[in-house]
Design a protein. Structure first.
Length: 379
């Protein structure tokens, strides 16, 4: 679950990380009032779960309250990467002497939280990694001991040669690590971490992603979820108990099991196609999961064909076939469907599909090649 910047800022500030004051606005009048209260030049920032806000016109400098209201009126309601902006954050503009990046992620290879710091802040860390990877410094933290003071200071000296600034940055890193661990985060970053002309070190931006598994026991964090800022299909899938991630391709995929789903997407790419999604209906034999999966996938206009790839172990393939039958009776599906299934109750499933004029393949390669060919023929 991604947090909005204003939510992440509140968590970091509560942990003692120095950040400028600010407040959230949902109307131009509220933005004007906040700017007047803060005084001086402010920044009006779109609150949306998408990168590239500045390039899209979602971050603006305002030299007066009236100008803050004007920017807010343009930003509120705009779409950034398909998501509608319903809130803006108004914060004071800071005088910046330098910008750095500090971030923490869960690294699967080392099975540890890993710090990444760079003196090249203020831009996407992916851009730094692609163009100047030598400017990124990493440290895997042993969770048994946490981030030790000498480790934090060592990282800080990668950013600032002056001891006073390095000490301040080290303290911020220790606080960021505490936030990361306390909230079950999968990512926490400050970009940029800045110094002002008088040498003060401040966090100007914040981003936190919380592992969904943490939400089962942290209802305070779950309450921060803003479903209006998420893709509607992903919201619907989560409510239906499905694991769904929207991708940029045109081959809709319905699969049971995460491993098989990953293998299916790899095979689609191998045969020249592009997966439109990752969708795992899980091991349940509930036909309603199939109905929900088809409803979600067919709502995507980019999908030109749909592939069912089902391996029936715990999952009964006849229940999947019944789910397809029920879905086709409930709503129109205007794109072709290719079904590959094998395993539990396979013969019954084939008979059900034949009853509605469909066939089933039992070879995964054949099914993927067929669905890719259908998509290319429709192009």
């Amino acid at each position: 679950m991604n947090l909005h910047e204003y939510q992440a800022r509140a968590i970091l500030k509560s942990a003692g990380i120095p950040m400028p004051d600010g407040d959230i606005a949902t109307t131009p009048a509220e933005a004007e009032a906040i700017a007047r209260q803060l005084g001086g030049t402010v920044v009006v920032k779109a609150q949306v779960h998408a990168g590239g806000r500045g390039k899209a016109g979602g971050v603006k400098l305002a030299k007066s309250p009236a100008e803050a209201a004007e920017h807010a009126s343009r930003i509120l309601g705009m779409r950034i990467k398909g998501l509608v902006v319903s809130k803006v954050l108004v914060v004071p503009a800071a005088e910046i002497a330098s910008e750095a990046y500090v971030g923490l992620i869960v690294d699967r290879e080392t099975q540890r939280p890993v710090f990444m710091v760079s003196p090249a802040g203020g831009i996407d860390i992916e851009e730094v990694a692609a163009k100047t990877p030598e400017k990124i410094f990493r440290l895997a933290v042993d969770p048994r001991y946490g981030l030790l003071p000498h480790q934090a200071l060592g990282l800080a000296f990668k950013l600032y040669p002056e001891f006073a600034k390095a000490r301040s940055a080290a303290r911020i890193m220790e606080q960021l690590y505490a936030v990361f661990m306390a909230n079950g985060a999968s990512l926490a970053e400050i970009n940029p971490l800045v110094t002002t002309p008088d040498g003060t070190v401040l966090a100007l931006d914040a981003k936190i992603s919380v592992d969904d598994n943490e939400l089962e026991r942290r209802h305070d964090l779950a309450a921060l979820r803003d479903e209006t800022a998420e893709a509607p299909a992903e919201v619907e899938a989560r409510r239906a108990g499905l694991t769904f991630i929207k991708l940029d391709g045109n081959v809709g995929c319905v699969v049971n099991g995460a491993g098989l789903a990953m293998a299916t997407m790899d095979l689609v790419k191998y045969y020249g196609g592009d997966p439109a999604n990752f969708l795992d209906i899980g091991g349940s034999s509930n036909p309603e999961n199939v109905v929900n999966a088809l409803r979600i996938i067919t709502s995507d206009p980019a999908v030109k064909a749909i592939l069912f790839n089902i391996f029936g172990g715990i999952t009964r393939t006849d229940d999947v076939a019944n789910g397809i039958k029920t879905a086709l009776a409930q709503f129109p599906v205007t794109v072709p469907i290719v079904v590959r299934l094998t395993g539990t109750n396979e013969a019954i499933a084939v008979e059900i599909l034949q009853g509605i004029g469909m066939t089933a393949l039992n070879d995964m390669d054949d099914a993927v090649q067929q669905v890719v060919a259908l998509v290319k023929a429709a192009a």
